[in-house]
Design a protein around this ligand. Sequence first.
Ligand code: TXA
Ligand code: MG
Length: 351
Amino acid sequence: MQTEVIKCDKDIDKEGIARAAELLRDGKLVVIPTETVYGLAANALDAKAVATIFEAKGRPQDNPLIVHVASPDWLSRYVPEIPDNAKKLMDAFWPGPLTIILKKASIIPDIVSAGLDTAGFRCPSHPVAHAIIEAAGVPLAAPSANLSGSPSPTQLSHVLQDLDGRVSAVVDGGPCGVGVESTVITLCGGRPRILRPGGVTPEQLRAVLGEVDVDHAVTHKIAPGERVASPGMKYKHYAPKAHVTIVDGSLEDTVAFINARAGEGVAALCFEGEESRFNVPCVTYGGKDDDLSQAQALFDALRELDRIGAKTVYARCPSTEGVGLAVYNRLLRAAGFEITPAAGNSWGRLD
Ligand code: TXA
Ligand code: MG
């Protein structure tokens, strides 16, 4: 299939929006920009169209999709009831990078929720995403627009690398602002719980809801056979081809650790301005004390490591404050949870 690229990165291009909406209403796949990452979208009410999402990205059938709505007032069409906590979250964070898991209404096909009786709902703040959903007039099911297992796409080139020829169109909205996916929070059962950290931080959620748990799987590897609240947590994710290990410790200790392991195919994933300290090729992901810039840069950096042919990557460990928890979670998964102290006693991130 020929993939059409629709430019929409300056002003909202009305023709481009109308074209994308027409394709979506017609049951086709269209990649759309959002404020977090690019999404591989189809009409969420059309089970056949949704099935092609799983095919195009090679996604396991038991991993449910997020339903994207144009505005908060659409939600009542797709859920039997909106709990008070959901209303509070919507008022505080929608439109924006927060996905809320709620009981779904039967109008949402089972394939969207992978057979669960709940679904994730999100109202994106990206003006192009908003305009496309509004023009399509239907909610859009959209996972991140990468091949299953690879880093999520934050710019057009990433999308084309993975999905050129597999989707009808890609809407180019320029680079994504947040750079990591939305925070996923469940309000189904017990205390509100973060299943995936993202653009909205635990601190921000607690300011609105009071106590909020962070699921164990955010920072710990799932044991084989262990039950997970969010099926996406089971799968290997965000992985470049290289073997990645996170090195936890001060800059000095990390430099010593990595430089002692220099050799063919070894590279460092470090913070801006640190490159000259390492005697191996470096790729950077944001500033050391700047969680937002780290989030924005991480997925491109993981792809860049493949481009430079890295085989073994040692990564600087981010702080888990703010959006840093999302950065840390993605990096942990890219590393298959392999993390090592740079020096004898420099642990401290895992709990
Ligand atoms: O920022 C984002 O959320 C992006 C953009 C495109 O909106 N989308 C995204 O979708 O990251 P995806 O499919 O790559 O990740 C959705 C995550 C998965 O880990 C999935 O398992 C979880 O949300 N999820 C979806 N529905 C769920 C449900 N009903 N219960 C538990 N987890 C769910
Ligand atoms: Mg994804």
